[in-house]
Design a binder for this molecule. Structure first.
Ligand code: IMP
Ligand code: MG
Length: 176
């Protein structure tokens, strides 16, 4: 595996976008909504950088996929807290094609929030297939399959505190 972002670099990036988010949402009714499971580490670090009242919830989205390729997106919103009258910040690990965020933002809009914005740790270059762009992006990364800091390959590597690009040998270790 090749390290793309060290733990220190990630923490600096998280602090940087936390400052932007604090600037934009301090004093407003904010609910941060993490997309499970990939955002779990980012969500935990980001929320602890925000020193004003806010609520935190999760929504679950997953695409049935063999390995690193995409499949049909399944969304589970019943776990979502009520967001009527709140500003919602959807938090995800990575913006790849953008279909996941696009779909989730539409689902959240149906629940009557005051506004909906999105924050991602990573945006993969040259992959976007939707008209939407995330409002807060900590890092731009090349088009490689990455793991760590919440991101997985077949459920593995989420616990790594850094971000790494997978190489063919690493993928071969965990056949689907
Ligand atoms: P999108 O719908 O194509 O934007 O894909 C977003 C979702 O795919 C993310 O929430 C991740 O769960 C997953 N994903 C996309 N690229 C990667 C990657 O490089 N490593 C791990 N998961 C990824
Ligand atoms: Mg995800």
């Amino acid at each position: 595996m090749k390290t793309l972002l060290t733990e220190t670099v990630i923490q600096d990036g998280v602090r940087r976008i936390a400052q932007q988010i604090a600037h934009d949402f301090r004093g407003k009714r904010l609910t941060m909504m993490g997309v499970m499971t990939g955002s779990v580490v980012f969500l935990a670090d980001l929320m602890r950088q925000l020193d004003f009242p806010l609520r935190v919830g999760v929504v679950w989205a997953s695409s049935y996929r063999a390995s690193t390729t995409r499949g049909e997106l399944v969304v589970n919103t019943p776990m979502m807290p009520s967001v009527t009258g709140d500003h919602v910040l959807l938090v995800d690990d990575i913006f790849d094609t953008g279909h996941t965020l696009d779909r989730l933002l539409k689902e959240i809009r149906k629940c009557g929030p005051l506004s909906v914005h999105s924050a991602v740790l990573l945006r993969k270059q040259g992959r976007r297939e939707v008209s939407l762009d995330p409002d807060y992006v900590a890092f731009e990364i090349p088009d490689e399959f990455v793991v760590g800091y919440g991101l997985d390959y077949q459920g593995h590597y989420r616990h790594l505190p850094y971000l790494a690009a997978l190489e063919p040998d690493d993928m071969a270790k965990w056949p689907s």
